[in-house]
Design a protein around this ligand. Structure first.
Ligand code: ATP
Ligand code: MG
Length: 289
């Protein structure tokens, strides 16, 4: 068995909304690295992976041309840069939407309102594609930041920007009128990973899935009178049947299982009614299904 020297490069955002969570995700996958100093790249200590710190705008291009093999960034930025890369995994953080907004006193009647209008945005590729697909002629004005002030200063009739709560829009006298797309952080990959890199990627994806499964599931432990075990087992949609262990107290057992958090809240009252006591629910670090 020859030892492979293959290593992969993953690009993450240098500093911004995605940085901390991107690095945390890698750490949750058991990957150790040193990012104490503000370096441009760092090598993982226990996985053949080098982490490159870049502006999110540059990540699609670096992954498309193979300077990086993988990247973590918002789907909105992937769509905007329109590079040939594969979106391989949704990562479940940095959820937001890309929306059109106009000044709040506008009598907005529908998409036709935008005919002949100018839209300021940092996402002009997405905006152009959207209006082209709707058969509406709108022009775009590309600006890098503080897009919300554009209508107020007469630079544009409307804007397209990232919205999460909508409070920034309201603060700037705007109202959201259309959603163009929903976004979240995703992992992208180069389209021509060789066999060894593809194998490493699979290893990483396996870990990512274990981490994601763990996040949506809880470990549940409860005590039940023996004659109620069957009823309680039916209430617990676990991975398989629960583990049942006798308690020191005669006639009682302890049940252990894994349950989705959402399901747990749905059955908690029934569990108590069925006689479950001492219900303990705890986080899971990794879950291999
Ligand atoms: P860079 O300097 O790397 O170019 P940036 O200013 O373009 O950074 P950030 O503001 O850090 O980007 O946002 C990065 C990504 O986080 C966005 O592309 C989007 O996917 C997501 N995002 C931005 N704003 C929000 C928000 N309010 N809520 C949730 N996610 C958001
Ligand atoms: Mg950016």
């Amino acid at each position: 068995d020859k030892v492979s020297n293959t290593s992969m490069k993953i690009a993450v955002q240098k500093s911004g909304r995605l940085s901390d969570k991107s690095l945390q995700l890698l750490k949750d996958c058991g990957i150790k690295f040193d990012n104490s100093s503000r370096k441009l790249s760092t090598k993982a200590k226990n996985f053949p992976l080098e982490i490159l710190f870049l502006r999110d705008d540059d990540i699609p291009q670096y992954v498309a041309n193979g300077v990086a093999d993988l990247g973590i960034l918002g789907l909105n930025e992937v769509e905007e840069k329109d590079q040939a890369v594969d979106v391989i995994k949704q990562l479940g953080f940095a959820g937001c939407r890309l929306s059109l907004a106009v000044q709040k006193d506008v009598d907005y009647t529908g998409l036709d309102w935008f005919e002949g209008k100018k839209i300021a945005s940092s996402y002009t590729t997405i905006v152009k594609k959207f209006f082209a697909s709707k058969g509406i002629n709108a022009t775009t004005e590309e600006i890098g930041g503080s897009v919300e002030i554009a209508p107020g200063i007469g630079l544009a009739d409307g804007i397209c920007d990232i919205v999460s709560t909508g409070s920034t829009l309201i603060m700037n006298g705007l109202k959201e009128v259309e959603t163009i797309m929903y976004s979240e952080a995703v992992m992208i990959a180069n389209k021509q990973l060789d066999g060894e890199k593809a194998a490493l990627l699979n290893k990483l994806l396996f870990r990512l899935e274990a981490v994601q499964n763990a996040k949506k599931n809880k470990y549940i432990l409860l005590n039940a009178p023996n004659e109620k075990i069957d009823e309680i087992t039916r209430l617990l949609p676990g991975m398989k049947s629960p583990t049942v262990l006798p308690l020191a107290e005669e006639g009682w057992s302890s049940l252990h299982s894994v349950i989705e958090e959402e399901d747990f809240w749905n059955v908690i009252d029934q569990l108590k009614e069925a006689g479950a006591e001492g219900i303990l629910v705890s986080d899971i670090q990794k879950l291999i299904a």
